[in-house]
Design a protein around this ligand. Sequence first.
Ligand code: NAD
Length: 422
Amino acid sequence: MGRITDRTVVIGQGYVGLPVAVRAAEAGFSVVGFDVEPRKVKLLNAGQSYVEDITDDRLTAAVESGSYRASCEPADLADFDIAVISVPTPMGEGVPDLSFIESACDTVAPYVTPGCTVILESTTYPGTTEELAGPRLEVGSGLKAGVDFMLGYSPERIDPGNATWSLENTPKVVSGVDEASLAAVQAFFDRIVDRTVPVSGTREAELTKLLENTFRHVNIALVNELAMYANDLGIDVWEAIDAASTKPFGYMRFTPGPGVGGHCLPIDPSYLSWQVERSLGQRFRFVELANDVNEHMPDYVVRRLQDILNDLSRSVKGASVLVYGLAYKANTGDARETPARPLIEKLQALGAEVWLADPHVADHQFPAGVTRVEGNADDLARADVVAFLVDHAEFDNETIGNAPVPVLDCRHCLTGPLVRSL
Ligand SMILES: NC(=O)c1ccc[n+]([C@@H]2O[C@H](COP(=O)([O-])OP(=O)(O)OC[C@H]3O[C@@H](n4cnc5c(N)ncnc54)[C@H](O)[C@@H]3O)[C@@H](O)[C@H]2O)c1
C-alpha cells in the first residue's frame, strides 16, 4: 500500500462512491466515505458491503488498515484535500432532479479550504459543474472556484457485475474548470486508476458520459425494434446479429432484450434531451425515439407471452407465468428502473399469477403479489409459460431450456424444444 497522505472524502457511498472510496483507500489516501443513510454507514464500518463489486474482505481490509471509514457526520469532512461527489441524479417528473447534488455541495461547502479539490462524479447535463456545483460551493465557503480551490468533473464508467472492466483498468475521463483544477483532478485519479484521459473542460467531460450512455441506449433500441420486425417477418434476428458481429470494423454488437434498466440508460439520455430542449428549443429525436422503443419492450414481451398462451388456447388471465430475473441485468441485484417490474405489473393486470425467481434481489424489492420461487424443475412443471428475462449465472439454463412448457427467451441463451427467442 502507498503512503497515506491526502485526506479524501467521498460523498455518497453507493454503486459509484463506495468503489471509488475503497480504491482510494487502497491507493494510500486517508478516506472518509460519507453517506446520509446511517444504516449504510453502520454496515460499512462493520465491513459489510452492499455493493456487489466490493467484497466484504476488501472492505474489511480497508477499514482495518485505518485508511477507510464511513460516516454520516458532516464534521468528519473537516480538513479534506479532495472531495468526490457521487450522489444520485434521477429524473423527477420529466426534469433532472439535481437536489442530491445541491445538498451534497451544501454539506461539503463549509469544509472547503484554500487549495482543496472538489470533483463531481454524478452523471449530469453539461454545465452542472460550473453553473450549479461551483456557485453553491462558493456561496457556502466564501472562496472562489478556480482561484482559491480546485473544481472538476470526472464521469464514472463503473459497470456493476463486470468481471473484466473494473474501476482500476477502465480509462477515466478527467476535467477541471481551469488548468490547475484539471491537474489536481488528474493527479488524484492517476493514483487510483491505470489511465486518465484529460479533456479541455468540464462540459466536455459531462457530455462524454451522456454520449456514451446515449450511444448504448440508441443502439439497444435499434436492435430491439429490429427484433420485433424480424419476428413478424419470420427472420431469425439473432442469427443476423451473430453474422453481422463477424465484421471486424464499423459494427458493434448490441442485442435485444426486455427493455433497459439501472440508474443510467433509462435516465441519462433524458438529461441530454432535456438540456437540448431547454437551451436550444430543439428536440433530441434520437433520444426520444430510443426512449419510446425501449420503454415499450415490456409491452412487447407481454404480447409475445399472450401469443404463446393463445396458441395453447389459454388466456393470460388465470395463467401461471414463471419469470426469471427481476434485476435489470445479469449477476447483479440492481433492480432500479428494471423493465421486469412494468412487465410483471402488466401480466398481473391481465390476471396472470406471477412466480418470480431472482437469487440476487431481496424479498422487499419484489413487486407486490408475486410469489418467490427458486425456478427449479418442479416450478417449471407447474407453470403455464416461462419468461426468461435475465441470464444470472445461478440459473440452470439446461433445465429451463428443457422445460415442459413454452419458454420465451429474451436473452438468447437457452436451447430446447419449446424455447422461443425474443
Ligand atoms: N450505478 C452505476 O452503474 C453508475 C455508473 C456510472 C455513473 N453513475 C452515476 O453515479 C451517480 C451515483 O449513482 P449510484 O449508482 O452510486 O447511486 P446510489 O443510489 O447507489 O448511491 C448514492 C448514495 O448517495 C447517498 N446520498 C444521497 N444524497 C446524499 C447526500 N446529500 N450526501 C451524502 N450521501 C448522499 C445515498 O444514500 C446513496 O447511498 C449517479 O449520478 C449515477 O447516474 C452510476
